[in-house]
Design a protein around this ligand. Structure first.
Ligand SMILES: O=C(O)CCC(=O)C(=O)O
Length: 430
């Protein structure tokens, strides 16, 4: 692990040489001053730009290969797969990106699981204090932190255990020192997370995926994760599923060695990536968690690009819209049309003259959230399985989680450890 990157899980392998192309790019995006140029970062919310910066993307039609599910049938809390926007990149075989498919209930619920339920004394987490272990907390780190704050109102979040939390492991607990799993260190894998992971991978055509281990990473705004490969799993064919929440990040995905310069991409709240096939073994890293200032700068440049695209796509009458309401109508018709034609073109917000009635995040723009447009009325496939929709998080509770998330990125990294039907090599009958 590189000394200055010890802030999240200790996967960084520390082997980076200053001159290797992976590290060069890592260092570039990690740098605070000068601010890196984000124009070369792949942004799946502006797919037409991906080609301009030299990558070839494909949109993946979904539904055909879903095992036993209609492509209109949604798992509770996810938009129907027919509406998912899924991209692959020619340069990264086996990699897929799914634009945030979460609806509000599931989004809240899963974050409640990550922030409240998983950091508990039944799981493993990073060392929070030298003489402290998880057994000494009552139940979970979140409640303990708030208990402390309640008892001592002068105590700020920064002083609590929650603030020091960097990772939690679930199921088979990965040992970062030996880089191994052990039959003696396992707790039951959360069934709701298993169900969600299986559903997502199934939609993408991986029908036998069996989640057995997970790492939940908690990034503060200054955290980074150094370049590494995930190769502790016995099954390196099964896909790795990675879901991002909270603050956006730059994610780097390279090749089998650090000699390949990695592709930089934005991962935002709710976005999902899958690393399968060759990409399962690719080096990857998180050099930067972005703050609102970075994102504002980005939104400005998005609007410039978006405006050009808008001009290209709007016809003469539409360009003559004289006020915001008219423009809004034109835009929503046009975006609907573009989306129906399957062409996720980018449409900018209202123009500056109409700033007061600006259209917030129309479809296809960064920040657009499908969940705010449509809530689930589609059939739920949970049947007798645990249903993510059952317990929602109240608005009052959510305020506290939102506060925490304003300065945190949570990454849920789910892995299959064993090949189907197998277990640890020394435990298998010969
Ligand atoms: O935070 C991420 O997006 C990646 C996390 C990761 O690579 C890991 O946990 O191995």
């Amino acid at each position: 692990m590189a000394a200055n990157e010890a802030l999240t899980n200790p996967l960084g392998d520390g082997e980076s040489k200053e001159q290797d192309p992976f590290y060069q790019r890592f260092k570039y995006y990690k740098c605070k001053k000068p601010t890196p140029d984000y124009s070369q970062v792949i942004d799946f919310y502006r797919p037409e730009n991906i080609k301009d910066i030299g990558y070839a993307y494909t949109t993946v039609p979904l539904g055909a290969h879903m095992d036993g599910l209609s492509h209109q049938q949604s798992m509770c809390g996810l938009i129907p797969p027919a509406e998912w926007k899924v991209y692959t990149l020619d340069e990264l075989p086996g990699f897929s990106f799914i634009k945030n498919p979460f609806q509000p209930n599931l989004h809240r619920r899963i974050l409640h699981r990550c922030i409240h339920d998983f950091p508990t004394n039944r799981n493993r987490c990073n060392k929070l204090y030298n003489d402290f272990n998880l057994d000494s907390i009552q139940e979970n780190i979140w409640d303990d932190s708030f208990e402390l704050m309640r008892n001592d109102p002068s105590l700020k979040m920064k002083k609590t255990l929650m603030y020091k939390l960097r990772w939690v492991t679930l199921g088979y607990h990965h040992n970062w020192d030996t880089k191994e799993y052990s039959p003696d260190d396992v707790t039951s894998f959360p069934s709701d997370l298993a169900q969600l992971s299986k559903y997502i991978t199934n939609v993408l055509g991986y029908h036998t995926y069996s989640p057995q281990a997970a790492v939940v990473n908690y990034y503060r705004m200054y955290s980074t994760l150094a370049g590494h490969q995930d190769h502790s799993e016995y099954d390196m064919e099964a896909p790795l599923l990675s879901i991002s929440f909270g603050q956006p990040a730059i994610f780097l995905l390279g090749g089998d060695t650090k000699d390949t310069a990695p592709a930089p991409m934005f991962l935002r709240d709710g976005d999902i990536i899958i690393m399968a096939g060759p990409a399962r073994k690719f080096y990857h890293a998180v050099p930067k968690i972005l703050n609102s200032k970075d994102m504002e700068a980005l939104e400005v440049s998005n609007q410039e690009v978006g405006q050009k695209t808008l001009d290209k796509n709007l016809n003469k009458d539409e360009k003559n819209c004289t006020n915001c309401l008219q423009l809004e109508e034109c835009l929503s018709n046009k975006t609907a049309e573009l989306f129906e034609s399957g062409d996720a073109k980018q449409i900018a917000g209202c123009d500056v003259d109409c700033a007061k009635t600006e259209i917030k995040n129309p479809p296809g723009t960064p920040g657009h959230n499908p969940k705010s447009v449509k809530d689930s009325t589609t059939p739920c496939v949970c049947n007798d399985e645990p249903c993510w929709n059952e317990a929602t998080v109240s608005d009052a509770d959510w305020v506290l989680f939102e506060d925490y998330l304003n300065e945190t990125r949570v990454n849920l990294n789910v892995r299959q450890v064993f090949k189907p039907g197998e277990t640890f090599p020394d435990q298998m009958a010969s």
